[in-house]
Design a protein around this ligand. Structure first.
Ligand SMILES: Nc1ncnc2c1ncn2[C@@H]1O[C@H](COP(=O)(O)OP(=O)(O)OP(=O)(O)O)[C@@H](O)[C@H]1O
Ligand SMILES: [K+]
Ligand SMILES: [Mg+2]
Length: 675
């Protein structure tokens, strides 16, 4: 993203400090019940500063004032954490808004160009965008090919090729054509463009609490209510015991006991998690999607372009017995004349390189058959009635047999040889005759094996789904080290796999870019569409990868996991913390009334008043101290959930108990001179 480098500078901190005060508004605070209770406590102690006798108490005024100040800062610190987490998104949104400007568009009306403002464009309008001009709205290229500078959105300066038809046809408003000219059909109305949605997303204006966050919030609110009831009923017992319990001390006790640490940091953790995904150039449509990615059990990846480089290039023609290579090459060429897929183009390039010649006129007046994932073939029906096809070997075999043809004896062994080397064999046929094979070479991306190994350690199963034949699939699967693979899969098979996994209670992630991936992307719990992909894919998915790097799903999962872990770790820490504060404060309270209870003062704190204030100060300052951890996330190493859980319980549970003992003791040593 173009503001990728935004750091937490002085300006961001100043803005966040200002926001922390704005957020004191009870109508905003209300949304965070734990901190809202602290704010009410603050209001009560503030009133006590002014009317010290309101509850007939005997607490000195300076104690009320000190408590009031500490409570105010407790709330401010929590607000500051949230504002700081929001800050980066706001800065990013501001710079995106600058990209979004009104420009003059060349609308195509009845065969001529009419100049209109980009803000007047509607869905379905067609515009012409020549080199050097900005694309006035989201759309699909319907004619032409151009290189487009998308740096305004992706931060990536190298232009990308956009062309009509296929999986690279979608363009985004606000990006710039750098060469050639394209005709674009607008696909989004004003205010609903990708840039508009992106601004809303990074700004976090529409952030909704995720299911896990809501669940955790419910627990925190329940704890708060329980402690509230305990603290409110305490005076009745103490009356009975003839101990005087002062209201400000009860408030201090309550604030120390309720989970303020996690209550104060919870929303910052969620916002920062989404922000980390954004910094990584992935746009998550909801926090829920980021969270779900942390719980993913199964990842569906396609082979070509994700696990392999995907520039499957024709590298050799292997003719079936009785046919000449020049004939195979000729028919391969004829079948590829209008095949705009990389595979199709590479066939023509290979023929040129090998110096074969063919009669292009054969194709005149013929009907081109585009490649489709369903048929796994492409070709042409010639004017003279002959039908030429190339495609997946099993598909071509079936097609030839259905016309009464036969399969050459050596076809199988030749195609198996290609497939066992990880290549893709395409058979070339005319009517009932198979001429031979095209060897498409592809290579597994480096480092894939390590990545899948990492996934396995996280307990995630990887399934490769490919339209390719079982032997090629097996070779690539073995080479890349995926757990499972499904070969000869059609688009609907991908959905079937996802449904099957989901039926077993698993959360499934998938990446894709084609229109035929859209249903599966929608079905998956986490669907990541490539920005280069089709509009349909992007609309079906709940994340869009601006860099169009399908293997990024692995990092997205890591970020999601890290977010869940950070939340878990800080919850553990917060609750363990409260237990420790309980041991500091309860003995102190009773010591105030019954000095003999001094034996309970296991922390050897200076005085009851100093103990209570120290606990309260610790309770406040622990929030800003943990902001970096909440925003950056806890350190994360891929390992199984169970091991992670026990490791975190140990670090953050034990730490949560020990740190406050040390902290409160230190604060006590520092403040006891004054109290
Ligand atoms: N341009 C083409 N013309 C004819 N056949 C093709 C063409 N491109 C691919 N094929 C054949 O169709 C099969 C399915 O292609 P598809 O793109 O659906 O899946 P894939 O690219 O092999 O797998 P993945 O799902 O991993 O991308 C390919 O394995 C190949 O045999
Ligand atoms: K607390
Ligand atoms: Mg493919």
């Amino acid at each position: 993203m173009n503001t990728k480098k935004t750091m937490l500078g002085g300006d961001t901190i100043r803005q966040a400090a200002k926001q922390a005060i704005v957020k004191l508004d009870p109508r905003i605070m209300f949304r965070n019940p734990v901190m809202f209770v602290v704010e009410i406590g603050f209001v009560i102690t503030l009133l006590l500063c002014i009317f010290p006798d309101a509850f007939g108490g005997t607490v000195p005024r300076w104690f009320n004032i000190t408590t009031t100040v500490i409570l105010l800062f407790t709330v401010l610190f929590a607000n500051f954490a949230e504002a700081l987490a929001e800050g980066r998104g706001k800065a990013q949104a501001d710079s995106l808004k600058k990209t979004k400007q009104d420009i003059t568009a060349r609308k195509w009306v009845n065969g001529s160009v009419k100049q209109v403002s980009s803000s007047d464009l509607k869905k379905g309008d067609v515009v012409i965008v020549p080199a050097g001009e900005m694309i006035p709205g989201d759309g699909e290229v319907i004619e032409g090919l151009a290189s487009v500078d998308e740096s305004a959105i992706t931060g990536e300066s190298a232009p990308v090729i956009k062309e009509a038809g296929g999986d690279f046809s979608s363009v985004t408003g606000g990006t710039k054509v750098v060469s050639d000219q394209i005709k674009v059909r607008i696909t989004a109305d004003q205010g609903e463009s990708f840039l508009d949605r992106m601004i809303v997303l990074v700004e976090g204006a529409e952030r909704q609490k995720t299911p896990n966050e809501i669940a955790l919030n419910t627990v925190l609110v329940s704890l708060t209510i329980i402690f509230l009831v305990v603290v409110v009923t305490l005076p009745f017992y103490s009356d009975f015991l003839q101990i005087q319990m002062e209201v400000p001390i009860l408030i201090a006790l309550l604030v120390c006991l309720i989970p303020t640490t996690i209550g104060g940091l919870l929303s910052a953790i969620g916002i920062a998690g989404m922000d980390r995904v954004t910094q990584f150039n992935v746009l998550a449509m909801s926090g829920k999607a980021v969270e779900a990615s942390g719980d993913i059990n199964t990842i569906i990846l396609d082979k070509t372009g994700t696990i392999t480089f995907g520039n499957r290039m024709a590298s050799e023609f292997i003719s079936a017995a009785g046919h000449k290579n020049s004939d195979t090459a000729c028919w391969a060429a004829i079948s590829s004349l209008k095949d705009e897929t990389p595979e199709g183009r590479s066939v023509l390039e290979l023929i040129k390189k090998l110096g074969h010649s063919y009669d292009e006129k054969l194709a005149d007046g013929g009907e081109f058959i585009e490649f489709r994932a369903e048929t796994r073939m492409s070709g042409i029906n010639l004017k003279d009635g002959r039908q030429v096809r190339k495609g997946a070997v099993d598909a071509v075999k079936k097609w030839v047999l259905s016309q009464g043809g036969s399969v050459p004896k050596d076809l199988e062994s030749n195609s198996d040889a290609i497939a066992s080397a990880g290549g893709t064999p395409l058979a070339v046929a005319v009517d009932d005759t198979i001429y031979g094979l095209i060897y498409l070479k592809d290579t597994v991306k480096p480092g894939m094996r390590e990545r899948f190994e990492q996934m396995r350690r996280m307990g995630i199963k990887t399934i490769m789904c490919t339209g390719d034949n079982p032997l090629t699939a097996a070779t690539i699967a073995r080479e890349a080290g995926v757990d499972d693979f499904i070969a000869e899969s059609k688009p609907e098979d991908k959905i079937a796999v996802i449904r099957r996994e989901q039926a077993e209670g698993k959360l499934v992630a998938m990446t894709g870019d084609g229109t035929n991936d859209a249903p599966a992307l929608a079905q998956a719990d986490v669907g990541i569409a490539m920005n280069s992909g089709t509009v349909a894919a992007k609309e079906a998915a709940n994340m869009v990868d601006l860099d169009s790097d399908p293997s990024k799903i692995i990092e997205v999962v890591a970020i999601g996991k890290q977010m869940l872990m950070t939340r878990g770790a800080l919850t553990t820490f917060s609750i363990a913390n409260d237990i420790a504060k309980y041991f500091a404060i309860i003995p102190a309270m009773f010591m105030l009334a019954v000095p003999e209870m001094g034996a309970l003062n296991i922390m050897k704190l200076d005085s009851p008043v100093s103990a209570i204030l120290s606990a309260l100060i610790f309770n406040a300052v622990i929030i800003p101290l943990l902001i970096p951890l909440a925003i950056k996330g806890v350190a994360y190493k891929p390992m199984s959930s169970n091991r992670l859980l026990s490791r975190n319980l140990l670090i953050y549970g034990l730490g949560g108990i020990l740190v406050p003992f040390a902290g409160i003791k230190l604060i006590d040593l520092a403040v006891h001179h004054w109290v």
